[in-house]
Design a binder for this molecule. Structure first.
Ligand SMILES: [Zn+2]
Length: 128
């Protein structure tokens, strides 16, 4: 089965719901199609399947929902493989932004301002 990656990209954004028997309803923002099984494999009632005969986005969506190995392998070609370096960069970047460290920084700065203001007041009173 040859999987068209453009159709697969569209398939990811469709919803699928199992119906009675081996039939799935595949819905998009403006479409509703039924995918069913027969001896030759999955069939769809859409025009794309009727003209091309290959797996349309609705059939690919059912493949994703059912954990079809070929469809999931094809999906790998669309997604970047996260490397260890990318994961490490992400964690080190998110660490200083954690709410705990930001709160500590602000508190120490605030405390410093208070001490400074107090010292200026004391000096002022001493002069007067
Ligand atoms: Zn279809």
């Amino acid at each position: 089965m040859t999987i068209d990656l453009l159709r697969l990209m569209r398939a990811v954004h469709l919803d699928t719901r199992p119906q009675d028997g081996e039939v799935w309803a595949v819905t998009g923002p403006e479409s509703f199609h039924l995918v069913s099984v027969d001896d030759s494999g999955l069939l769809c009632d859409c025009e794309d399947f009727a003209f091309c005969g290959g797996p349309c986005k609705h059939i690919l969506r059912v493949g994703l929902a059912n954990g079809d190995c070929d469809t999931i392998k094809a999906l790998r070609q669309l997604l970047p493989n996260p490397t260890r370096r990318a994961v490490r960069r992400q964690t080190s970047r998110s660490h200083p932004e954690s709410p705990n460290s930001v709160g500590t920084d602000r508190d120490s700065r605030k405390a410093g301002t208070h001490v400074g203001a107090g010292a200026t007041n004391a000096e002022h009173q001493g002069a007067a």
